[in-house]
Design a protein around this ligand. Structure first.
Ligand code: PEP
Length: 248
């Protein structure tokens, strides 16, 4: 495993000019324009950004991928081979916002994981519990259930992101103890249930910011970060990526 991976999730934000400006700032900085850093931009801007990032080292990522593999009558969908075609190296799969607003379930997510991997786009499977599930003491069972699709996938060509739903966009960060506990649980689960052994990277996501990135990234079994809000600000994202880069 080589270094920590940091991916910025822009979600449904930016317009063309803003996306280009943000990408230009990241390209101009060696802390962000390097292997191990990626940006998950809105689908409509991916091609444009791919042209802008060409020659740089910053990776392009999508926020979602279709569960349908072949071209066809799937209005509104973006296939894995389209993502590969425009140069995406990663795609998020099963972000909690997609699970919540679009009802994505394990069957759809397994298809998405398979399609992405088959097209050469590394899927980043997002898992995490809601506050109610944590308070009911069900968080480990919920996460294990979300991870279960990995038993259907051969090899280790994917990344996992642990994102407690209650910490996403709320400013509430899981404690370092909570992060360490869940990351150890996920790594152990992978060791026991997949053939990916210890090569599978597990990122943390949930209100990662310039101020807390170093401590989170230094936590045992944290192989990087998935960053939402703070990735829309080049300075904040740079500080997070710099903290990750210092730990290579
Ligand atoms: C995310 O969107 O994956 C995320 C972690 O968001 P935020 O950093 O804003 O909590």
């Amino acid at each position: 495993m080589s270094g920590k991976l940091v991916i910025g999730n822009w979600k449904m934000n930016t317009r063309g000019d803003g996306a280009r400006e943000l990408a230009a700032a990241l390209l101009a900085d060696s802390a962000t324009n390097r292997e191990g850093v990626g940006i998950a931009a809105p689908a409509v801007y991916l091609s444009d950004l791919a042209r802008q990032l060409a020659g740089g080292r910053l990776a392009l990522a999508a926020q979602d991928v279709s569960r349908f593999a072949a071209d066809g009558a799937y209005t509104g969908e973006t296939s894995a081979s389209m993502l590969a075609d425009v140069g995406c190296r990663y795609t998020l799969v099963g972000h909690s916002e997609r699970r919540q607003y679009f009802g994505e379930d394990n069957a759809a997510l397994l298809a998405k994981m398979r399609n992405a991997a088959a097209a050469g786009v590394t899927p980043v499977l997002c898992v995490g519990e809601t506050l109610a599930e944590r308070e009911a003491g069900r968080h480990l069972a919920v996460i294990a259930d979300q991870l279960a699709i990995l038993t259907e996938i051969a090899g280790d060509g994917y990344v996992i992101a642990y994102e407690p739903v209650w910490a996403i966009g709320t400013g509430k960060v899981a404690t370092l103890e909570q992060i360490a506990e869940i990351h150890a649980f996920i790594k152990n689960w992978c060791l026991q249930n997949t053939d990916g052994s210890d090569k599978i990277r597990v990122l943390y996501g949930g209100s990662v910011k310039a101020e807390n990135a170093e401590a989170i990234l230094a936590t045992k079994n944290v192989d990087g970060a998935l960053v939402g809000g703070a990735s829309l600000d080049a300075d904040s994202f740079r500080v997070i990526c710099q903290a990750a880069g210092n730990m290579i």
